[in-house]
Design a protein around this ligand. Structure first.
Ligand code: GSH
Length: 282
């Protein structure tokens, strides 16, 4: 597990800082990308105190940061990005810990202590550990209700709709898209022989789900109403694969309202920054 970097996002300004503890362990290309983003995040040691530590002290005291930040495991993977984009929208500081499930790191005894099923993501927030990406985003949307973007709606009725569409994402949208991703983008890494019948069946299933989205989005800008919410956000990581990887963009583009919705949500600065910072595993 390598702790890599500590981006701190404003909702639109997107500024960055490095935690000394985290950045001293930054290695290779990741460090370069951080350095590119923030000139204070150097990698060269300086008289026993790393440049990163110096940078951290400077930036931390400037910003009045607490030492404790949320740790998110496995930022390269889609389900972890669901959590990260939520943290960015909520303006919550975090650092990431690389876990490569394709190298079996999700099955290591240490990781299984955090997430006994071996899935990403998991977060650690001080002594608190939480897994299941949608549970995590609900937790932070409630915990920091008055901070950053309001993602759960303002009334019980709005919240009900957010919950409804979060469930739709998890139980109707996710299963077919996950199967498509597994049989296309990651088939060789997962040791799956792509099965055209499975691909076609899931493409058809997803098309039917998106027909219902099309109807909903013809009367509402976002899924839960006229406000961006957890329900929309939850679609970003795997929706991104549908366009970038699976090669089934037509499923979105052939549906006018779904297409417009996708453009709006995927162009949010939060999401653009997340995919820039944490490219998918290669
Ligand atoms: N329901 C879980 C599922 C997460 C999930 O499927 N994560 C994938 C990465 S995107 C994973 O860890 N796969 C590991 C495996 O299949 O062994 C959540 O949302 O947190």
């Amino acid at each position: 597990m390598a702790c890599t970097l500590w981006p701190i996002f404003g909702s639109f300004g997107l500024t960055f800082a490095c935690a000394g503890r985290a950045c001293t362990q930054v290695q290779g290309s990741k460090a370069k990308s951080v350095q590119d983003l923030h000139p204070l995040c150097g990698r060269v040691g300086h008289g026993g105190v790393s440049m990163q530590q110096m940078a951290y002290s400077l930036v931390a005291s400037e910003l009045g940061l607490a030492a404790m930040v949320v740790k998110v495991y496995g930022p390269a993977f889609a389900s972890s990005k669901r959590v990260i984009v939520c943290l960015v929208e909520k303006e919550i500081k975090f650092e990431v810990v690389d876990i490569d499930i394709f190298k079996g790191e999700g099955r290591s005894p240490d990781y299984l202590k955090l997430q006994p099923f071996g899935f990403l993501p998991v977060i650690r927030d001080g002594d608190y550990t939480l897994y299941e990406s949608r549970a995590i985003i609900r937790y932070y949307a409630e915990k920091y209700k008055s901070q950053g973007t309001e993602l759960f709606g303002n009334t019980m009725e709005e919240k009900g709709k957010v919950e409804q569409w979060l469930e739709v994402e998890a139980h109707n949208f996710h299963p077919p898209i996950y199967t498509l991703v597994a049989h296309t983008v990651f088939s060789s890494k997962l040791g799956i022989t792509p099965d055209q019948k499975v691909i076609q069946e899931n493409e058809a299933k997803l098309g039917k789900v998106l027909d219902i989205y099309e109807e909903r989005l013809s009367t509402s800008k976002y899924l839960a109403g006229d406000f961006f919410s957890l329900a929309d956000l939850s679609h970003l990581p795997f929706g991104h694969y549908l366009i970038n990887g699976v090669g089934k963009e037509y499923l979105i583009r052939d549906r006018k309202h779904v297409s417009a919705w996708w453009d709006v949500i995927s162009n949010r600065p939060s999401w653009k920054k997340v995919i820039q910072l944490f490219p998918p595993p290669t």
